[in-house]
Design a protein around this ligand. Structure first.
Ligand code: ADA
Length: 567
């Protein structure tokens, strides 16, 4: 299942799920001559008993049947972490970053059987600026779905929908991107349907090798807006006609919602109404599935969060699987989505490939996830060097890059620099990662008030503020009346003291617990990579989703609070 709705009725799309041939290459280059193993896709190789700690290169290979002559497009929703794609043994493209989708077009494919092979590499190395040993685990494999699409010379590459609320009612700006992969200039006509309206989206000439943008803004009277309590979604169908042909050549279906996000008077508004974000940071990690979380377990995660009364999830620290974002759209769960970076020092940010790898990640995140109404915040660079003048320039560049692509959502970044932060003026929302009662013996109420002062004095005056991380370790099953650090009791106490403080102050627009579920971390040296059990144990549920004592505490504050707000 690529998405939770059908994305094409005309274009022929074949999902490449199921068992692929698999071979670790143990450092050797090129494709192997023999495949000894089978590996499920989507999946992580760490789920195979022989590869539970394998880090390095491995090849996934399968045969595909192409039914007609022409171009094909190979779509990968997530390969962890670097992918080298081969079609019939010939290099077809490369992609860096586990957490963003990418696609490759291969022209002039003959009908018949063909080989698709992917060299997957999750090792750390000099050519990787973002993927470094860290407080989470980068699994290996084709961790998200993949597909093969049959194309003609013109196709709709993507659609970007922006809802607009005016005094006259709801409108939508729809931008369509049509790409010519053929040999001749073509004239394209686009037809749209959305919310019961059929719309002529105009015509354009597209030269070979070119991608052309068409944009229209239309009124959509009588639609029901998307909100957390009533997450109404609409299918936006685009059909592409080529001059001289009666039937459409290609189509693309997106799913959209009408809602606005704004920041005024120090608060965050959805559809003009102030909201307080109550939720979790979540790593895509599960004891039985690694980063390739199957759909029923994604549903389980979101149901657990809803059961506790949460309304928000932060995709710490990378863009998430589109099926999970689809689910958030459907269940009315707000999303803070961020690019892939955690805790990089200025020296790491000066890596020669850092700027390019971030720019690609930002672009792929915003372009591919643009239409999810649940995403209400884009963020960058969790806990990086935003306390230095050089770091500030990098933050400025990346925030500008995202703002140019999408000015309809507020931007933020999570900072742990306290009164040394230099970038609050660049963002729309100020966000703090602070761990009172865990890393420091501080009082959460005093600290949150102090954080507001730091923000006000450092360019964040009158901007909404979020406690984007707080929490404590609690080892599942370690219960002891002593309530020492690490017990479930102490974990629950610390979560309670934090939530008590954050729900009591009038100036917070959000609180996101670190974290929803325990997650595996990279094994290494130093305090971060030698965490007990090689995992970050600050989850409210463990890696199997078994609730710790803190679960009931969260539910008391989130679900109880939400109920009393409605009354
Ligand atoms: C940081 C970081 C998280 C996690 C957390 C912790 O704030 O953003 O990824 O490492 O601390 O558990 O200490």
């Amino acid at each position: 299942m690529l998405r939770l709705f059908r994305t094409n009725e005309i274009r022929d799309v074949q999902e490449l799920e199921g068992d692929w041939d698999f071979q670790p290459t143990n450092g050797k280059d090129g494709l192997p001559s023999r495949y000894e193993y089978r590996m499920p896709v989507p999946g992580c190789w760490e789920m195979h008993p022989q590869f539970s700690t394998y880090r390095g290169k491995a090849v996934y290979r399968r045969m595909v049947e192409i039914s007609r002559k022409g171009a094909i497009r190979l779509v990968f929703k997530g390969v962890s972490h670097t992918a080298d794609i081969f079609f019939d043994g010939i290099p077809a493209g490369r992609h860096y970053n586990a957490y963003t989708p990418f696609a490759l077009v291969i022209p002039d494919v003959e009908p018949g059987m063909h080989e698709v092979a992917v060299i997957v590499d999750n090792s750390f190395g000099e050519s990787s600026a973002l993927h470094v040993p860290n407080d989470y685990y980068t699994y290996g494999g084709l961790i998200r779905p993949s597909a093969i699409e049959l194309l003609d010379e013109l196709f709709i590459e993507r659609i970007a929908f922006t809802p607009i609320c005016t005094a006259e009612g709801w409108q939508g700006t729809i931008r369509l991107y049509v790409r010519n992969i053929g040999q001749r200039a073509c004239r394209a006509r686009l037809q749209l349907s959305l919310a019961g309206r059929d719309i002529d989206a105009g015509e354009a000439s597209v030269m070979p090798g070119e991608t052309v943008e068409l944009s229209i803004t239309e009124p959509f009277p009588g639609i029901t807006p998307w909100s957390a309590s009533d997450p109404t979604l609409y299918l936006l169908k685009a059909s592409l006609y080529v001059e001289g042909q009666e039937a459409p050549m290609d189509d693309l279906i997106e799913r959209v919602g009408f809602r606005t996000v704004s920041t005024k008077n120090g608060r965050i508004q959805v559809n003009g109404e102030d909201v307080v974000l109550k939720g979790f940071n979540r790593h895509e990690d599960h004891a039985l599935a690694g980063a390739a979380i199957p759909y029923p377990l994604m549903v389980h995660d979101i149901e657990l969060m809803l059961d506790m009364g949460a309304n928000t999830v932060r995709t710490s620290h990378y863009p998430n699987d589109e099926r999970f974002l689809d689910l958030c759209d459907e269940r009315g769960m707000f999303v803070w989505e961020e690019n892939h970076a955690r805790g990089l020092s200025l020296e790491q940010m000066k890596h020669p490939l850092f700027a390019k790898q971030c720019e690609d990640c930002n672009r792929e995140m915003v372009e591919t996830h643009f239409n999810h109404p649940s995403i209400i915040i884009w963020a960058i660079l969790n806990e990086c060097a935003s306390d230095t003048p050089e770091g500030r320039e990098i933050y400025r560049t990346q925030l500008e890059q995202i703002r140019t692509m999408d000015s309809s959502r507020p931007l933020s970044f999570a900072s742990h620099h306290r009164d040394r932060e230099l970038c609050f003026d660049l963002a729309d929302i100020v966000s703090f990662n602070l761990y009172p009662l865990w890393y420091e013996e501080e009082d959460p109420l005093e600290l949150v008030k102090e954080a507001r002062r730091w923000a006000d004095e450092a360019g964040g005056l009158e901007k909404p503020m979020i406690m984007s991380e707080f929490g404590a370790d609690g080892y599942y099953g370690y219960r002891d009346p002593s309530r020492v650090k690490g017990t479930e009791e102490r974990h629950a106490d610390i979560i309670e003291r934090n939530l008590e403080a954050y729900t009591s102050v009038p100036f917070l627009s959000g609180m996101l617990i670190w974290q929803f579920c325990d997650c595996k971390v990279t094994e290494g040296t130093g305090w971060l990579l030698t965490r007990a059990g090689t995992q970050n144990s600050k989850g409210i549920v463990d890696r199997y989703r078994r609730p710790k004592l803190a679960y009931a505490v969260v539910k008391k504050y989130y679900a109880g609070q939400l109920r009393s707000e409605q009354e």
